[in-house]
Design a binder for this molecule. Structure first.
Ligand code: GLY
Length: 338
C-alpha cells in the first residue's frame, strides 16, 4: 500500500483487508473511509473545508485493476463516504461518473444516509475566510460595521466560538489565507499482482460551487493498469488535470521509467506549463504517488516542502508493506529556501 501522508491508518486498514484475502479495491476504499470519517482531516470527507458558500462538496474516484473498471463522483453534497459511492457507480451502473445533485440522489436510492458534512472547525475556517475578504474601501459585510469598536480580526471568531483554542483560531486564519487542496490517494498491490486505487477529497477550500478538481477524473486523480502500475495525486488539481498526471505516470512506467522518474517527469510537465516560472509555481503544491507492478514505488512533490515558521518541512508519503505503516520522504523537483 502507498498513500498520501495523511494515510498511515488508511494503509494499515487496507493491508489488514489484503491479509484477510480481500480485494485490492475493497482494501483501499476501506482504508480511505477511515480518513473520510475523521472530522480532524479537513481535506477529505466529513469536516472537509467547504466551498465559498460554506457547503462541503466532495469528489472521489476508484479504479479496479483486475476488471479494468472505474467509477467516480463529483461535487457530491451530504454524503460522507464518496470513495464507497464511486465504487457503487462502478459496480451498479452503466456509467463511470455521476456529478452533483444526481450523485446525491443516486446515493439516496441506495439508502446511503445523508448528513451535514460541515463541522464547527471547518465552519470557523470558512468564517475566517469570509471575514478576511475586503472591497476597495477595505470593508466586508461579514465583519462588524463601521460603528463597531476597533478589535483584532480574531475577536469576531472568539465571540462565536468562545471555547476555541488560540491554536485553532490561528489555524483558521492560516487556511483562510492559503486555501488548501489536501486529499487522500491510496494505491494497493497484492501478492498475486492485483492492483487498485482510489482518491477522495473535499477539494479546494472556498471553491466556486460545482468546481471539480482532479480527484474524480480517471487518468488525473488516479489511474491503474495492473500490467504496469498505478498512480495518483494530491494538491492543486487544476495543474494535474492539464497534464493527466496519473495516466502520464503509468504510461511513463510502461515505457520503462522507475516510479520516481515517472512521477518527476509529470512534475516537469507541470513546470513546463508555466515556462518554469518559479514565482507562479511557488504559489501551489502538488504531489504524485506511483506504485509499479513489481512493488517499486515513489512519492514525488513539486517542491521540497512547505515553509513553516522559517524552516522547510519536507513532503512525505505513507507506505505499508505488511508491517507497520511508515512515512517516507518524497523526491522533489524544485527547492524552496527557508
Ligand atoms: N487534488 C484535489 C483538488 O484539487 O481538488
Amino acid at each position: 500500500m502507498i498513500s498520501s501522508a495523511n494515510g498511515l491508518k488508511a494503509c494499515a486498514r487496507a493491508m489488514d483487508v489484503l491479509k484477510a484475502g480481500g480485494d485490492t479495491l475493497e482494501a483501499v476504499v476501506q482504508g480511505v473511509t477511515l480518513v473520510e470519517d475523521d472530522p480532524n482531516d479537513t481535506s477529505v470527507g466529513y469536516g472537509g473545508l467547504p466551498n465559498e458558500e460554506g457547503i462541503v462538496e466532495l469528489d472521489a474516484s476508484v479504479m479496479h485493476g483486475p476488471t479494468r473498471r472505474a467509477g467516480s463522483v463529483a461535487s457530491v453534497r451530504n454524503i460522507k463516504n464518496v470513495a464507497r459511492l464511486a465504487k457503487l457507480v462502478m459496480e451498479q451502473t452503466d456509467h463511470v461518473m455521476i456529478a452533483g445533485e444526481g450523485a446525491t440522489r443516486f446515493a439516496r436510492a441506495w439508502g446511503i444516509p445523508e448528513m451535514n458534512l460541515l463541522t464547527e472547525r471547518s465552519r470557523m475556517a470558512w468564517m475566517a475566510w469570509k471575514q478576511s475578504q475586503r472591497d476597495g474601501e477595505g470593508r466586508n459585510n461579514w465583519t462588524d460595521g463601521l460603528d463597531a469598536p476597533d478589535a483584532k480580526p480574531s475577536a469576531a471568531l472568539r465571540q462565536i466560538w468562545p471555547e476555541a483554542s488560540d491554536e485553532m483560531i490561528a489555524w483558521a486564519f492560516d487556511v483562510a489565507r492559503r486555501p488548501p487542496t489536501g486529499t487522500i490517494n491510496c494505491l494497493a498491490l497484492n501478492a498475486t499482482g492485483e492492483m487498485s486505487g482510489t482518491t477522495t477529497t473535499s477539494g479546494l477550500a472556498w471553491k466556486i460551487p460545482g468546481r471539480v478538481g482532479d480527484s474524480p477524473i480517471i487518468g488525473a486523480g488516479v489511474y491503474v493498469d495492473q500490467e504496469v502500475g498505478a498512480a495518483g495525486s494530491t494538491g492543486r488539481g487544476e495543474e494535474n488535470i492539464r497534464i493527466a498526471g496519473a495516466h502520464t505516470i503509468v504510461e511513463n512506467m510502461r515505457h520503462g521509467m522507475h516510479p520516481r522518474e515517472a512521477a518527476l517527469d509529470a512534475l516537469k510537465r507541470i513546470a513546463r506549463n508555466f515556462h518554469g516560472d518559479e514565482k507562479k509555481l511557488g504559489s501551489f503544491d502538488i504531489n504524485f504517488y506511483a506504485l509499479r507492478k513489481d512493488g517499486a514505488y515513489a512519492g514525488a512533490s513539486l517542491w521540497n516542502g512547505r515553509v513553516r515558521r522559517g524552516s522547510v518541512s519536507g513532503f512525505q508519503f505513507a507506505v505499508n508493506d505488511g508491517a507497520e505503516s511508515r512515512l517516507e520522504k518524497c523526491v522533489y523537483l524544485l527547492e524552496r529556501k527557508a
